[in-house]
Design a protein around this ligand. Sequence first.
Ligand code: DGI
Ligand code: FE
Ligand code: FE
Ligand code: FE
Length: 187
Amino acid sequence: MERNEAIEIIKEHLPEKRFIHTLGVMETAIQLAKTYHCDEKQAELAAIFHDYAKYRPAEEMKQIIIKEGMPKELLAFNTEIWHGPVGAVLIKNEIGIDDEDILNAIRYHTTGRPGMTTLEKVIFLADYIEPGRSFPGVEEVRELAKTDLDGAVFRSLQNTIIFLAKKGFAIYKDTFDTYNSFLLKGG
Ligand code: DGI
Ligand code: FE
Ligand code: FE
Ligand code: FE
């Protein structure tokens, strides 16, 4: 699928602010794909669709999680972590993308997972550092991202875990497992 067609589709599914975020993720992901030698077209498509399910009603996402046999414990967590796994299913069924690396990059873009592919890391990181993001620590991760993909992904996870813990939110197992995986066996 060409970039313009994908952009026309995603535009219908996102409010203006999230659409602008998506274009930022796309530009950043293409840049990271160049730096770290992964397929730019895969990075482009995964980025365009990464937040596809973000505005689906929670009830619809819940039904998909149950029907697809996804981990039941997902349902106990904040709905914020549902749109990645649900998005991967919807994009396959509604858009017809069946490239598993693209679908996994979308599936794991919020939490990461141990053993992420380069494409998965690129999307995870692009989502965190795109030009529209302005939270504390993002500039340091942008610098790291120029030379150290794993270091930058690790730092993003570290920041996210600290942020969630300070707020007193539950932290999903995949987030911790991914964080640990970089420390225990180099990502
Ligand atoms: O969809 P975006 O806002 O572009 O970004 P995202 O999909 O990376 O993250 C969505 C939210 O999910 C963000 O506020 C942080 C939160 N999050 C990430 N990991 C976890 C989490 N929330 C909980 N409760 N647990 C996690 O492990
Ligand atoms: Fe997201
Ligand atoms: Fe993210
Ligand atoms: Fe996003």
